[in-house]
Ligand binder design. Structure first.
Ligand SMILES: O=C(O)CCC(=O)C(=O)O
Ligand SMILES: [Fe+2]
Length: 314
């Protein structure tokens, strides 16, 4: 039996060296830990020291500059894809503001976002954001590879890599004023395949367990929250859990966070290996951006599980 303190924490897995251990016994053990955490909690805390602390500090300085721009500038961040542009000034979550940087691992795409925000140019911002996105994308690919190996569908990660887009969403939550709501972000599941989150020193992210308890993520240096999105829930035929999470602001300091969300271009096939006697088919193959668009419809918003409503089998 774990103590209360232990059982109130999210699983922590050190992936700093995992990439260099491919195929070894310790790699197989780590793949199993990743799979099991994503099935039980829908997330885990990755320790990943391959991203330099200096780059992390530059990312958060860049975010302060970005959010300090006038709202009229920030609202120019628009997209044809839902939840890929500016969100903010909402009465029901007044503390929250966020922007989306599409295809954040592609330098040209980040430069075009930067050009909208700083027409006079800001190369340092573009370079900082692109570097960070590429490094976190590597962590995402490592996790997907480990998940695939954990399920015995090792070859699948290659088709993931060939078709993945990485959306970066950056968030600022201001501190609540007296008598103001503390909700920074309402409970939700992500529509991504995998999300990798990082935050500045201010905690606030909470994850709901299958038992209905909320666990606060307590950040430490080189810690990233890896989270299952609804697309990976469906891809795994419901084996992985996509956890509800929310942000609560209890401190008097603003909170910054940055998420990398992986999305597939086109149809995500549910591998045959995911379906067996113990796991009858629960999901059909589906269009990933279609799932996201469905979420914005009245039927999608109303359904307790977007993936089941969109591509559930039977
Ligand atoms: O700010 C955070 O830590 C969480 C953000 C989040 O859940 C999201 O953008 O989907
Ligand atoms: Fe989220």
């Amino acid at each position: 039996m774990g103590s209360l303190a232990q059982s109130s924490l999210l699983p922590v897995i050190d992936l700093s060296q995992a990439g260099s251990k491919l195929g070894t016994a310790s790699w197989a053990v780590a793949c199993e830990q990743v799979r099991s955490a994503l099935e039980e909690y829908g997330c885990f805390v990755a320790v990943y020291d391959r991203i330099a602390p200096q780059l992390m500090a530059e990312v958060y300085r860049a975010l302060e500059d970005l959010f300090d721009l006038p709202v009229e500038t920030k609202v120019q961040n628009v997209s044809k894809i839902p939840y890929h542009g500016y969100l903010g000034q909402k009465d029901y979550i007044p503390l929250h503001e966020s922007l989306g940087i599409e295809r954040s691992t592609v330098a040209e795409s980040v430069r075009s976002f930067t050009g909208l925000m700083w027409p006079e140019g800001n190369d340092h911002f573009s370079e900082t954001i692109s570097s960070y996105a590429r490094e976190v994308a590597e962590l995402e690919r490592l996790v997907v590879r480990m998940v695939c190996e954990g399920y015995g569908v090792g070859g699948y990660h290659e088709s993931h890599e060939a078709r993945v887009n990485y959306l970066m969403r950056v968030n600022r939550y201001r501190a609540p004023r007296e008598n103001e709501v503390t909700a920074g972000l309402l409970p939700h599941t992500d529509k991504s395949f995998i999300t990798v989150l990082n935050q500045n020193q201010v905690n606030g992210l909470e994850v709901k367990t299958k038992d209905g308890d909320w666990i606060e993520f307590q950040a430490f240096p080189s810690s990233f929250v890896v989270m299952v999105g609804d697309a990976a829930l469906a891809w795994s035929n419901g084996r992985m859990h996509s956890a509800r999470h929310r942000v609560t602001m209890t401190r008097d300091t603003p909170r910054y966070s940055v998420g990398i969300f992986s999305y597939h271009r086109g149809v995500v096939e549910v591998p045959e290996e995911m379906v067996d006697g113990d796991h009858p088919r629960r999901f059909n193959s589906f269009d990933h951006y279609g799932l996201l668009r469905f979420f914005t419809t009245p039927a999608g918003t109303a359904s307790p599980c977007t993936a089941t409503a969109y591509c559930g089998a039977g």
